[in-house]
Ligand binder design. Sequence first.
Ligand code: ATP
Length: 453
Amino acid sequence: MTEPTPTKVDMEKIVSLCQRRGFIFPSSEIYGGLSSCWDYGPLGVELKQNIKQAWWQAVVQQRDDMVGMDTSILMHPQTWAASGHLEGFSDPLVECKSCHLRWRADELKGDSCPSCSGELTEPRQFNLMFKTFMGPIEEEASIVYLRPETAQGMFVNFLNVLDTTRKKLPFGIAQIGKSFRNEITTGNFIFRSREFEQMEIEFFVKPGTDKEWFNYWLEERFNWYVKLGIKKENLKLRQHMKHELAHYALDCYDIDYLFPMGWAELEGIANRGDYDLSQHAKFSGKSLDYFDEDTKEHFIPYIIEPSAGVDRSALAFICDAYDEEPDKEGIRVLLHLHPSLAPYKVAVLPLSRRENLVAAAKKVYADLRQSWMVSYDDAQSIGRRYRRQDEIGTPFCVTVDFQSLEDEQVTIRERDTMNQIRVPINTLKTTLAAKLSGEELFVLPPGGKIWKE
Ligand code: ATP
């Protein structure tokens, strides 16, 4: 059998859809935008929330060996000395002597400026952490940093979690939050920005069991994307080569996705050994040992870290869901988003703006909103309205027509197949709940029927 060819979509189409429909806008756009910062609009915020919720459910809620945290963005400056970020969290920067543009030396193909072919300076290490001052005095002693990863907040709370939850190894902490990196080069839409959101797990294990847990998390995290609809052929695991590994990492894999600009990292999974807890023990003077009651041993746990980006996930989910199909009116653009990720689960569409029809449709709308994010649209032809919902990934449209006023039934139309069924209004909510959890459209509730216009 031949391997299926991964499909790449055009980034311009994705950016245009995101902006046109209110998923993502450039930050402070009325002032010309702020380079590499993005605002999530009404649909984008729903998608992002849904991604975070799906992650939280999978890694915290549905497991008994994980707990969550929400730690602060500003941390004690010693954190960054202990973690190695003050010393080593840098990229090699070169500057063009003619046009003064700056580049990451390790990303350049040749040895001259890619913009004007000018001569470049010698590389110097540029620290990627944003610095700011805490309190009203701007002096060396009050420097703090915006965290470049959420991980450290979990390492420094290892004892607190251990003491308050009485968890035993192996167990993990999960956190979702903003991180900041003063990246030298940004771009590819929300792929690399200076302010972004991460979903990170720190999983503490007994040394010697680390390889097994590392492999476990590789599989678990890869499958999470597949379960949420990403095509397997657009994902791959890539092991870091020796020279790419951080000095403390025992092993590291990236889950790469075939983004419009090519394969690139979606999530990194590292076996960090005992580096983090040893460093924080050394710098804080507090013992971060774990006492194993069964074997009566003291040791520093090893850490397996799956670290994902919310924004990169959002981009991957949108790119993977994007589709164009020829139809009567030209092209039907649709997002095959997994129902749990779709911003709206349902759209309620009255066939016309006739008063009695609107009243009936509004009643259905009010009822469904108690359970899901639901859209209501009564502008233009029904065909147009279906297309508008397809383009933003709404899995189901509910149409209220004149017959509904007589038979108390409505039509449910499915996004991907455009198939329709007719169901009694009093079964609508349970029917939609079943369909959103994956039930076949043509499995009908009592009184329901397959519908052909
Ligand atoms: P890259 O090499 O692409 O800059 P990285 O290896 O530095 O990424 P990690 O430090 O492993 O990234 O961070 C974990 C995850 O956080 C990444 O897989 C990515 O999803 C996300 N991430 C990191 N940096 C950024 C950024 N500048 N913008 C958006 N997401 C990011």
